[in-house]
Design a protein around this ligand. Sequence first.
Ligand code: GKR
Ligand code: MG
Length: 405
Amino acid sequence: MVIEDLIITPIAFADPPLLNVWGTHEPTALRVVLQLATDEGIVGLGEAPGGASRVERLMQIREHVVGLSVFDLGRIEAVVHSALAGVGVRERLAAYAPLEVACLDAQGKALALPVSDLLGGRVRDRVEYSAYLFYKWAGHDGDSDEWGEALDADGLVAEAHTLISEYGFRSLKLKGGVFDPATEIDHVAQLHDAFPEFPLRLDPNCAWSVETSIKSARRLDGMLEYLEDPTPGIEGMAAVQASSPLPLATNMCVTAFDDLPQAIDRRAIQIVLGDHHAWGGMRRVAQLGRICETWRLGLAMHSNSHLGISLAAMTHLASVTPALTFACDTHYPWNAAEDLVRPGALVFEGGAVAVPAAPGLGVELVESKLAELHERYLSRKSHLRSDAAYRRTREPGFNPTVPRW
Ligand code: GKR
Ligand code: MG
């Protein structure tokens, strides 16, 4: 089955004003959808983080993959590396990742097998996700959205109740790095009191110095299952881990296989957050699982703002990865209303998504929604994400530099 065309559609979809260390999410988030058309009339789907440079790189590989078999993943990957020889290997792997997803989707549709079977078979039929709590403004443009404001512990607890009642989540993650550490630790303590049975995580995205991270980790001991990326760099994380009673996790200092030897040697982390979009595809993250088992590292899953094609891929991948024993991150509830896959294939029950059994990823694209989100992309003034500039519309002096405390 040969690739006849790779249709690349950049999209923008509504996103609430979620706060992080770099600023605030803009009114729309950027993503890109791939449709891999084959000579058998089968179309494979892929989804990746968006933005002008990522879209440009996908455009660059387009003509080189036409004519290749969707089963020839090794050759497709080699072609991506040579077409993008001018950029770094991590950018090349990120460009290959959604292409691999689209090829696996097409393969599964041709063979009438779910992607989880193509990846070696499920070790679990349902994949657990964690409620992803964010500090947030009430709404964009001074309005209030359905979620309302969450800038204190009461707001976070209310947000957690909404996410739990709608999705059934059984664990919580707070995106930190927004307020000073003492304030965020107090909010974590209040979340812990409100949900004592729920495993809880905090991710300040490198907002803290080594010294602050050590002090904070000691204060957070007993409240968190892990602390994610308190401070920048493998050496910084190693210094924190050496004195921290809490296991440290990362999706920032270990983002490729090349980072693992130093991180393992320096005992910098105990948990890796894999992400097939960044690591170069689903097969690579499944391999990462084996490496984590070998080195007694935990494995969890990272997420950015995303829609249903990515959720389907994450769910298939998690279902075949024995080492992935933590509930996965997902931004999905924040963007679910904008999804471009037909409803019904991906349903959250008890915080988990049943692995689709239909061929391929098991999701179907709603073409009219794709067209609508593409129009939204075209009407955006900029095709770059800028959380910092958006934060400055309300906090003119905001400076996104890390570490901040
Ligand atoms: O979307 O605000 C966000 C997140 O902060 C995201 O950018 C991070 O990549 O969620 C991610 C993380 O775990 O670091
Ligand atoms: Mg993180």
